[in-house]
Design a protein around this ligand. Structure first.
Ligand code: SF4
Ligand code: SF4
Length: 284
């Protein structure tokens, strides 16, 4: 309940430029110089901040190194402090996927032998967020924002659809690229009704960045091995396919806390690296 409240409050606060939804314009005030930690499109009519993945693509081949350093510092600080806590608690698109997963369609749980497919999100990060924007410039001389332009379903949902709805001239100019993006959004939505947080698991470049920090991030899960009975309740509770008592700081863990709630022995604790009771850590 606390997590859901934080997710909703974060989504509302970061998209509270309500006028934009009414007149189909994008807020361009000073707060847009700052990035929000989660996946929230810069061009969403209500957005008060920038998406770090969108901003990174825009500056990765820029001569203005200060901006690039700002973004690298942003990823380092947020990643080191929180890791994928951002995905589980602060990302509006994660919340959206959790809602549509509630639609009562038959669910798909891929066996662990297919976990390697989750590495695809690192490919999205490397190819569309780093390599293409770093080596291909668009007409304005800045890196081609390939992920935003060709892939991002959050952008289509949060900015493409509302802007087209509110702005007639944009509606008239929407072409094949918009239809392609709409198809990707539909693909993600359909699969997210069957696979919990499909986009986060397989496609999200921001989740991939924070996943790299999960093993070292200050916010973490600890297992008290003296009282864990290896009953497996935590495995059944985890929708991100983590084995919490074996690998509590897996790159896939979004710190949702479901495993902790499900543990009858209270062997799991979650927080800023402050052990609740004396622990005997296993290293991974
Ligand atoms: S639910 Fe608790 S006791 Fe059971 S395996 Fe997981 S951490 Fe151990
Ligand atoms: S259930 Fe536990 S291990 Fe799984 S994602 Fe949530 S916090 Fe992480």
């Amino acid at each position: 309940m606390l997590r859901k409240t934080v997710q909703i409050v974060t989504a509302v606060l970061t998209n509270s430029y309500y006028k934009g939804f009414l007149n189909g314009t994008i807020y361009k005030g000073k707060s847009k110089f700052f990035c929000v930690p989660g996946f929230n499109c810069y061009s969403c009519p209500g957005a008060l901040g920038s998406c770090p993945i969108g901003a990174f693509q825009a500056v990765v081949n820029s001569a203005q190194y200060l901006i690039s350093f700002y973004l690298l510092g942003f990823f380092l600080i947020v990643g080191t402090l929180l890791g994928r806590f951002v995905c589980g608690w602060l990302c509006p698109f994660g919340l959206f996927q959790e809602w549509i997963y509630k639609i009562p369609f038959k669910k798909i749980h891929l066996p662990h032998r297919y976990d390697f497919l989750k590495h695809s999100k690192y490919l999205f990060l490397l190819i569309f967020v780093f390599f293409i924007p770093a080596f291909i410039s668009n007409d304005w001389g800045v890196g081609e924002p390939a992920f935003c332009k060709y892939i991002c379903p959050a952008g289509t949902l949060e900015s493409g659809i509302p802007l087209l709805y509110a702005n007639e001239s944009l509606r008239a100019s929407a072409g094949a690229l918009f239809n392609w993006k709409l198809a990707i959004l539909l693909f993600v939505v359909v699969l997210s009704t069957k696979i919990y947080r499909f986009f986060c698991k397989y496609m999200c470049p921001l989740g991939a960045v924070y996943a790299l920090f999960n093993k070292v991030s200050y916010y973490r899960i600890q297992v008290d091995r003296k009282i864990c009975t290896e009953c497996g309740n935590c495995i059944n509770a985890c929708k991100m396919d983590v084995i919490p008592y074996e690998n509590p700081n897996s790159p896939e863990c979004i710190r949702c806390g479901a495993c902790k709630e499900a543990c009858p022995a209270k062997a799991l604790s979650m927080g800023f690296n402050i052990p609740i009771r004396k622990t005997n850590f296993k290293r991974f």
